[in-house]
Design a protein around this ligand. Structure first.
Ligand SMILES: *Cc1c(COP(=O)(O)O)cnc(C)c1O
Length: 421
């Protein structure tokens, strides 16, 4: 089990005491369970076992090199969205031939770097991007492997910020323009048709939108087949939701069965690009209560983590379960409390009126499900150093990104030469 409680109520991550981690490395800090990440990856691998498949972990969810390295050891591929992410994949020793490159705004430099590295596929999102990729490939004397991201116009029934499969948003090429896009690729000497992809949203809890999207792609595949264009892989994107509160996450076995039902006996490799569902539930953010503050109307706990460390509540109004590191006695009454950070912004609020057992000054609490879109979205706003990340593996643990010193932070700024007097 990834997270358990000792008989005395202390929260453990694998076999490691979270209070120990906090005492050793200081708070706030992120801690990830290796077993948690690996078991989430294996769940995809098992679900897709009946077909040729490749899991391309979307590293924007958590791109720490240690996380990439451990996934690479399992045989994972990777979904990147920038050449910075490509550099991470390479630095972590991952197999670049299992990399797919997503994103609506790739630069020609990014394309060139990825072509030289020898990635598996470019997931293109517009006709103009196809032209640019063709000229970059020509300049490098190579043929670029291409998949077209289709906007299947399905309503993923999810949050407006993160729903990406509707025709009014910026992602992909709609089904009517797709045939032209594939003709363009097939007609270019510098491009090669490899696959077709979609990514319809994030934190999805329904299987049906994946089936709807896939059906639309298969219609396109058939039309292309008639024109002699063969699609070798179908990339179903990521987006599988996790449990933050009471969501019922997609069961991957049922999901794969539903996908297989739509696919029938088609001979095609399946690619998936899960991000959140691989790392989300494997991580926590540990923070200490600095001050309790009682006003006429409200109780506040001011903690040492802030919106710059975990922005999801401020940005998406996202819910994270918040639990005391030492579990209170059974039957301890709960009372509503606002949990806020020290940053001078009203948005620096993790939760409002959360029913919690009483917490004390100096007490340690944990934000659950913080492994995805946590550390990667953090900043140094208020000149708060990026918080450390720790990886736990059984009874071992190691810092996989240390807290920077103030010198390291400040040395990135430079005075112009003409101000150095
Ligand atoms: C963000 C993204 C993913 C991963 O999404 P999750 O919701 O984290 O699984 C996969 N593919 C593409 C193209 C993305 O933009």
């Amino acid at each position: 089990m990834t997270f358990t409680r000792r008989p005395d109520g202390e929260l453990l991550i694998e076999e490691v005491s979270t209070s120990d981690l906090a005492a050793r490395f200081g708070t706030p800090l992120y801690a990830y369970s290796r077993a948690g990440i690996e078991s989430a990856w294996h769940a995809f691998d098992r679900a897709l076992a009946s077909r040729p498949h490749l899991i391309c972990y979307a590293l924007k969810a958590n791109s720490n090199l240690a996380v990439l390295n451990l996934l690479s050891r399992l045989g994972s591929g990777f979904d990147i969205v920038s050449s910075g992410e490509l550099a991470r994949v390479q630095a972590a020793g991952c197999d670049v031939s299992k990399v797919v490159f997503s994103g609506v705004g790739k630069s020609s430099d990014e394309m060139a770097t990825a072509l030289e590295a020898g990635i598996k596929c470019f997931n293109v999102e517009s006709l103009n991007e196809i032209d640019v990729l063709a000229s970059v490939a020509q300049a490098h004397g190579v043929v670029a492997p291409v998949s077209v991201r289709i906007n299947p116009d399905v309503d993923a029934g999810t949050h407006p910020y993160i729903s990406t499969g509707l025709k009014e948003n910026k992602f992909g090429i709609d089904t009517t323009a797709a045939i032209d896009a594939y003709r363009k690729i097939a007609d270019s000497q510098h491009l090669e048709v490899l696959g077709m992809d979609f990514h319809i949203g994030s934190q999805l809890t329904e299987i049906a939108p994946y089936q709807d999207a896939l059906r639309r792609l298969l219609l396109l595949c058939d039309q292309l087949q008639d024109q002699g264009i063969k699609i070798s892989h179908l990339d179903l994107g990521g987006g599988q939701g996790i449990r933050y509160r009471d969501e019922q996450p997609i069961d991957l076995t049922s999901w794969a069965a539903a996908i297989n039902e739509v696919l029938g006996d088609r001979d095609v490799e399946i690619i998936v690009e899960p991000g959140r569902s691989i790392v989300g539930n494997a991580g926590i953010l540990l923070t200490e209560v600095r001050y309790l503050k009682h006003t006429a109307d409200k109780n506040f706990a001011i903690v040492d983590a802030a919106m710059n460390d975990l922005i999801r509540p401020a940005m998406y109004d996202a819910h994270h379960d918040i639990v005391p590191v030492i579990e209170p006695a059974v039957g301890t009454p709960v009372a509503p409390i606002d949990i806020v950070g020290p940053v001078c912004e009203s948005g620096d609020t993790f939760t409002k009126q959360r029913a919690m057992p009483p917490v004390a000054d100096g007490e340690m609490i944990a934000f659950r499900s913080a492994g995805a879109y946590g550390a990667v979205m953090s900043s140094e706003y208020n000149s708060r150093p990026m918080i450390p990340e720790v990886l736990v593996d059984g009874d071992q643990f190691a810092v996989i990104r240390p807290r920077p010193t103030f010198d390291e932070m400040l040395n990135r700024d430079k005075l112009p030469e003409w101000m150095q007097d």
